[in-house]
Design a binder for this molecule. Sequence first.
Ligand code: PRX
Length: 648
Amino acid sequence: MSDVYPVPDRVRIGTNNPITSMDTYRSAAAHAQNDPDQFWLDETRRNVVWRTPPTLGVSGNFRNIVDSPITWFADGTLNITESCVDRHAAEHPNKVAIVWESDTPGEGYNITYKELHQQVCQAANALSGMGLKKGERAIIYMGMVPEAAIAMLACARIGAVHSVVFGGFSAEAIRDRVRDCGAEIVITQDQGLRGTKAIPLKNIADQALQGESSVKQVLVVQRTGGDVTWVDGRDVWWHDAVGNASTEHTAVECAAEDPLFILYTSGSTGKPKGLVHTCGGYITYTQYTHRTVFDLRDDDVYACVADVGWITGHSYIVYGPLANGATTVMFESVPTFPDAGRYWDLVERHKVTIFYTAPTAIRALAAQGDAFVTKYDRSSLRVLGTVGEPINPDAWEWYYNVVGERRCNIVDTWWQTETGGIAIAPIAPATPTKPGSATLPMPGILPVLLDTDGERITGPGEGRLCIDHPWPGLARTVWGDHDRYGAVYFTTFRGYYFTGDGCRRDADGYYWITGRVDDVINVSGHRMGTAEFESALVSDESVAEAGVVGYPHPIKGQGVYAYIVLQPGVTGSEALAKELNLTLRRLIGAHARVDLYQFVPGLPKTRSGKVMRRILRKVAEGEPEKLGDISTLADPSVVEAIVAGCKL
Ligand code: PRX
């Protein structure tokens, strides 16, 4: 039986959360399960600004997603920026909306709700002036500057659909996304800054756009003043176009189910999919989960140190917190600049009350010793969140004992790009925690564990994690390919949304995520498809075949292990391994690198030619004795060579 941690007093007292105890949690969960329409209609009518308040709840179902797509609140109309900006600018204009923590500590600034309103209106006017219309797409390729959030909101305000591409992605990756969504406009900045390192975002965007005629204009924020390539007639400085625009703008009315954004994410096969989130359901779900899980209070300073390039940044830096009128921090730098105390320095300077990061950062910082933490005053902290990958109990304990001094509740939040918002997590003032468990589902989320035959597991057990009923935050489709959406998420187990994760449920009904059961790997909280690595690697002329798997890594959670079959006459070497990593960087991005290469004579294949990935995984995991049945292999000697071989 694992340890149970009660909710610390500091977290329990003074809350006005609708869920304050396990009893109120159970009754909210029962209400959401028994009458989901009423539960979510009540929630959205109370906390979201609608032009036409909806009367309809959910329609569609998981049994036939292709013919009967999911919708929520389908007869409502709104513009989500009225929830995120206008009402707060009217009610508390001088409250800080965004605390910008710049790369160099102390050089950032704050933006109030009134200022945010003005700047979003200006950017909306500028984008309209550049010809961007409702329903058209804009790619945002930026670092963590306030203009990134303003650009997202400005697109939403005119009903345009943004697709943020993480600032580490390569020109090739941007081009793929520009083409897939047919973007009209790209919004970028001259350079990004991370730990004094300049990232030439504009120049990378220019490479991506060579020959792409769909993109008519590029809007460029000046961050560093560094040199940039410039295309006259296409490129426009933000300070010219936005700075000179009117601060008044009437938001465009959107249907609840109009797309709000597309976010590309990796899966088991093929190129990344553009998941589509829609206006009404997404904003309802993110504001609800943000407010309840973190137990948001009026004077909180909330810091999620993720990047807006990922779903965490969308839902829990920008949309959820702003919809709740919170003060949200945007962190431009890295956790180790100028040293490993940066997060706690940030907490002390801004008196952060809620802090949200990834287990990989916690593990990396714990390895640097406690002095970097204890040097700073963390007495403002009340809730500490984690997201992105399973957190090991040691890292959890360090976060709880050292960072939070046993006064804060830890909320280990399990969710996905597809779920839109947090799906399984403690509710800070209510849920007793267990180190390593995401604990219990949000009201409205009905997790189901299935065995490999698709049979439901009841009570304690371990299986594939699925979800049984639609919730408002669920991504509605894959951009331009609804069949793929159906095939990826709803065919493995008919009638259920399949998450791709394995999971255990204990005797208390607590959920313990065990990691992906498909060919997706999670490196430092970054989700990547092994197929993307493999196709990038085989594009190198030295490589005949590549098999890529994850393996346990003490800091990153998972590392990337590549088995490479070379072309005849080529020999494996450290130099070649380096060259292959450069290929990955060029084709995918700076965050995509193989940690261990093994050059092998062949990949283990069945007689029908299918690679037995299980064997690759077991060897990479250091468990060659657990290969299982290899009698169906075409050439068993390949396995001997793999087991005996060495890695670089
Ligand atoms: O495997 C799960 C893992 O991250 C995957 C989703 O990745 P992505 O769509 O990039 O979203 C990350 C941020 C929400 C999941 O399928 N994951 C996410 N959070 C947790 C987690 N695994 C265990 N515990 C978590 N708290």
